[in-house]
Design a binder for this molecule. Sequence first.
Ligand SMILES: NC(=O)C1=CN([C@@H]2O[C@H](COP(=O)(O)OP(=O)(O)OC[C@H]3O[C@@H](n4cnc5c(N)ncnc54)[C@H](O)[C@@H]3O)[C@@H](O)[C@H]2O)C=CC1
Ligand SMILES: O=C([O-])CC(=O)C(=O)O
Length: 338
Amino acid sequence: MFARSAVRALAAPSSRLFSSSAARSYKVAVLGAGGGIGQPLSLLLKSDPLVTSLSLYDIRGAPGVAADVSHVDTASEVKGYAADQLDKALEGVKVVVIPAGVPRKPGMSRDDLFNTNASIVRDLASAIARVAPAALILVISNPVNSTVPIVAGTLEKAGVFDPAHLFGVTTLDVVRSARFLSGIVGAQPSETPVTVVGGHSGPTIVPLLSQTSQGKNITGEEYSALVHRIQFGGDEVVKAKDGAGSATLSMAYAGAKFTNALLRGLSGEKGVITPTFVKSPLFADKGIDFFASNVELGTNGVEKIHPIGPISAEEEKLLEACLPELKKNIEKGKAFVA
Ligand SMILES: NC(=O)C1=CN([C@@H]2O[C@H](COP(=O)(O)OP(=O)(O)OC[C@H]3O[C@@H](n4cnc5c(N)ncnc54)[C@H](O)[C@@H]3O)[C@@H](O)[C@H]2O)C=CC1
Ligand SMILES: O=C([O-])CC(=O)C(=O)O
């Protein structure tokens, strides 16, 4: 994000986090903008040159966040909306990012958030279906394995579901994998990208280290420890925050990174490929119709869902453990909407 020269960094808001070769620009809404993720995410989106207009909504605090963020010296417009202004916040929006909902406390699983977050996400999806049915929707709220099917089901009921427009944001797993692997092999994280497939909770997070030149030689205990750290990176933060919530800053970074990738794809940039949790044919024969894998992002959102490719025997085992859990999470989300 920050260039080596401080002067250049201040003068040029575009950065490594936000690459942009495109001339188009977009109105983006953040629902849950007052929260731990929502605030830094709104700040980062204000710095993204592809975002022309930011619409910040929360049941509390969004106008204040908007006033604050609006002073950042990039050209985009920022408006904040109070609890009773959801429809207004969604007017004319191209992309909606949803970090609304409660986070974990120590001892909780992501699934323990279902009872609170399922209805929050459903109600927001209903409003999107009504006001901005063509918007692309990025779901951050946990449990992602269930909230994405809830949004899909809600849009389906309203007759406006477009599978190319709905994404579960699993970028934090990708960010963590690159960072943790880089630390082990002593390289830059940009040199250690890892494709992460499956879902977004514990054993459903499947990093494909064998597909990377830097990761494929990691074996034995070191391999097991790295996979465990990637799968349970969220717990590491929940524990360290000791009751004050879960990952917010790294998630805001990951959310802004994924949003920028999506906007670049929408703008016509070719070859924008990143893992994300989408309606997917890859394991549909096993009754699993949402799955994270590499997805090419294009002018209409999902352009192409890539197969997972060749994987190691260990990764076959990880996938075996992932699928039944993921299926259960997806079915729980579907049942909630049905
Ligand atoms: N996908 C991922 O990788 C990650 C997902 N998360 C999830 O993101 C969610 C948010 O986490 P935090 O920002 O830390 O929580 P937070 O509690 O700090 O913020 C949540 C915000 O949502 C707002 N909110 C609640 N109901 C709402 C509604 N109906 N409409 C609009 N806003 C509403 C709250 O007022 C609050 O400002 C959690 O579910 C958490 O588990 C967190 C980290 C990573
Ligand atoms: O762990 C949590 O609850 C938040 C999250 O999804 C993550 O940090 O990956």
